[in-house]
Design a protein around this ligand. Structure first.
Ligand code: NAP
Ligand code: GFB
Length: 328
């Protein structure tokens, strides 16, 4: 029985991480492509998933048996603060179209992507899979957060009414090659990497936004990719699964910026612009459920510094073609 995996959002940070893993891990290994599998990595140029018609045409073309649904309007804190309606509406449209098409085409399994920022801002820590709906998300990204939370509701409704095998993953903050490095819309690590690169090139100060005090957990895109491949093959519950490094890996924005300065070998002036927002103070996610399920797979997280080094190297080598926003 052939397996045809459609990866929506396949041209982005996480999608390209999955493509890298599928293409580099040994065939038929735990995280590698299995014989008989075909993988399709789709971007918005092939189909605008906000359109139901284009979504149905995409599914008609590929007839996927499985879907890893990553496509979304995605951005860091500042993009979310500026465009709450867009982040709500675009993602509602994309998610409803993809899940509807997956149902119509009788896909055997769909994993959709939430994010640890969907969690309530005021809830007992650590965040685990049972707490998503226990309060309002942080004000800074309520549009995106509600659209993403609804995917969990949609999954339960498809399961309840039709028995569809739809589930979701909840990654923490992701970074890696093929990220969005645009200075205004990107997440913190790619934005700082780009800003530090320009400071080094132009001999100007490297400015980090906010106080540097908020805390985050960062997962390397290529590690997250392996977890998606594993979840597609081994996880059969409708309940979301947190895909994150451990709570003990939580670092402050300042610690992350310090690690970046060292990875970039930046020797110039480095300071904080406290007039810029800090956003949510912390969102500590527990990966206990995941680690319990991964026993025996041999999965290891890449050490943060190593992952940062690999990403810096990729960024320097691909600066001309990377998504840096400079062409706009
Ligand atoms: P990304 O690099 O911005 O990639 C987004 C992907 O979605 C791209 O392939 C993009 O296609 C596609 N896309 C966007 N709008 C589309 C549309 N209207 N129709 C079809 N495709 C569309 O984002 P990412 O960081 O890989 O995020 C992937 C998933 O992970 C998202 O669901 C996001 O919510 C989730 N996530 C990300 C993070 C993070 O820190 N990055 C953390 C937690 C969860 P184009 O290449 O054509 O633009
Ligand atoms: O990755 P980020 O933008 O998003 O991180 P969140 C924001 C934190 O990094 C804030 C600090 O504390 C910022 O003050 N920061 C410092 C910067 N310099 C910069 C910079 O140049 N750019 C950015 N972006 N931040 C997002 C959600 O929250 O998490 C999204 O808004 C998404 O919806 C993402 O889910 C995973 O971690 O705060």
């Amino acid at each position: 029985m052939s397996v045809r995996v459609l990866v929506t959002g396949g041209t982005g940070l996480v999608g390209q991480g999955i493509k890298y893993v599928i293409e580099t891990e040994p065939e038929n290994s735990t995280f590698g492509k299995q014989s008989g599998e075909e993988w399709f990595f789709i971007g918005s140029k092939e189909a605008d998933l906000k359109s139901q018609e284009q979504t149905m045409k995409l599914f008609e073309k590929y007839k996927p048996t499985h879907v890893i649904h990553l496509a979304a309007l995605v951005g860091g804190l500042f993009a979310n603060m500026a465009r709450k309606l867009d982040f709500l509406r675009d993602n509602l449209l994309i998610n409803d179209n993809v899940l509807h098409a997956a149902h119509e085409f009788k896909c055997k399994k769909v994993i959709s992507c939430l994010s640890t920022c969907v969690y309530p801002d005021k809830v007992e820590y650590p965040l685990d899979e049972t707490k998503i709906h226990q309060g309002l998300p942080h004000e800074s990204n309520f549009g995106y957060a509600h659209a993403k939370r609804l995917v969990d509701v949609q999954n339960h409704a498809y399961k309840d009414q039709y028995g569809d095998n739809f589930t979701s993953a909840i990654p923490t903050n992701v970074f890696g090659p093929h990220d969005n490095f645009d200075l205004e819309s990107a997440h913190v690590l790619p934005a700082l990497m780009h800003r530090c690169y320009l400071a080094q090139k132009n001999g100007t100060p490297f400015v980090v936004w906010g106080t540097g005090k908020p805390l985050r957990q960062f997962i390397y895109s290529r590690d997250l990719a392996k977890l998606f491949v594993w979840q597609l093959r081994n996880y059969e519950s409708v309940e979301p699964l947190i895909l994150s490094v451990g709570e003990d890996e939580e670092v402050s924005i300042k610690q992350a910026a310090d690690a970046l300065v060292s990875a970039m070998g930046f020797k110039g002036d480095y300071r904080f612009d406290e007039t810029k927002a800090d956003g949510q103070f912390r969102k500590p996610a527990s990966n206990k459920k995941l680690l319990g399920l991964l026993k025996g797979t041999g999965f290891q997280f890449t050490p943060f510094e190593k992952a940062l080094d690999e990403t810096v190297q990729w960024f320097r080598q691909n600066y001309e073609t990377a998504r840096t926003g400079k062409k706009q």
